[in-house]
Design a protein around this ligand. Structure first.
Ligand SMILES: CC(C)(COP(=O)(O)OP(=O)(O)OC[C@H]1O[C@@H](n2cnc3c(N)ncnc32)[C@H](O)[C@@H]1OP(=O)(O)O)[C@@H](O)C(=O)NCCC(=O)NCCS
Length: 162
């Protein structure tokens, strides 16, 4: 089972000429740069550093340079997908979908049953992206995100892993 999942991950990598590396401190500068281009309230360097200790599921995707990343942690038998970003020039080309496929395989290797995430209510593009990859909306968290001087809700989404 584990071997089959790793084989599938390798197929995705070979087909797209990607290199995957587990998220490490030497990726920080590039990851922060992509984050700044992607998020209205970007994560600070300290936030990225704080997830380095629980990075089992987190990785960067490289094609000549880092073109995307996924930050996810294990919470009991669930995966909390905390951040996913693709470099703007590489969007709408299937990179995000590949990232979610690779995360999905990694979760299965760790026998996790579910992926959960929060996404800004105003980020309808990301919600559409997650829905296309099999996530469902399961709730709303009021005032979850900062947006300028105000707060905005998070849409809570999940995907059951089968
Ligand atoms: C959300 C994000 C990761 C998607 O990555 P991507 O590489 O562009 O996504 P893909 O090309 O793999 O798209 C997969 C599917 O989602 C759809 N999709 C992607 N972005 C979309 C958008 N903004 N609006 C509607 N659909 C979208 C694609 O059309 C595609 O559908 P298809 O399978 O029918 O062709 C990327 O837009 C991004 O980095 N956004 C900024 C950061 C962000 O918002 N992250 C989420 C925070 S919770």
């Amino acid at each position: 089972m584990c071997w089959l999942l790793l084989k599938r991950e390798n197929q995705i990598l070979k087909a797209n000429n990607y290199i995957i590396e587990n998220f490490s401190d030497h990726h920080l500068d590039d990851v922060i740069q992509i984050e700044r281009l992607s998020n209205p309230t970007p994560w600070k360097e300290e936030t990225f550093k704080s997830v380095l200790s629980s990075r089992t599921l987190s990785f960067v995707i490289i094609k000549e340079k880092i073109i995307g990343f996924c930050i996810a942690t294990k919470v009991l038998n669930e995966c909390h997908l905390q951040n996913i970003c693709v470099l703007p020039d590489y969007r709408k080309m299937g990179v995000g979908k590949n990232i979610l496929e690779i995360l999905n395989k990694r979760c299965k290797i760790h026998e996790l049953k579910k992926i959960i995430l929060e996404v800004r209510e105003s980020n309808s593009g990301a919600q559409a992206f997650y829905t296309k990859s099999g996530f469902n909306k399961i709730g709303l968290r009021k005032d979850y995100y900062q947006l300028g001087n105000q707060r905005e809700p998070a849409v809570l989404m999940s995907q059951i892993l089968v």
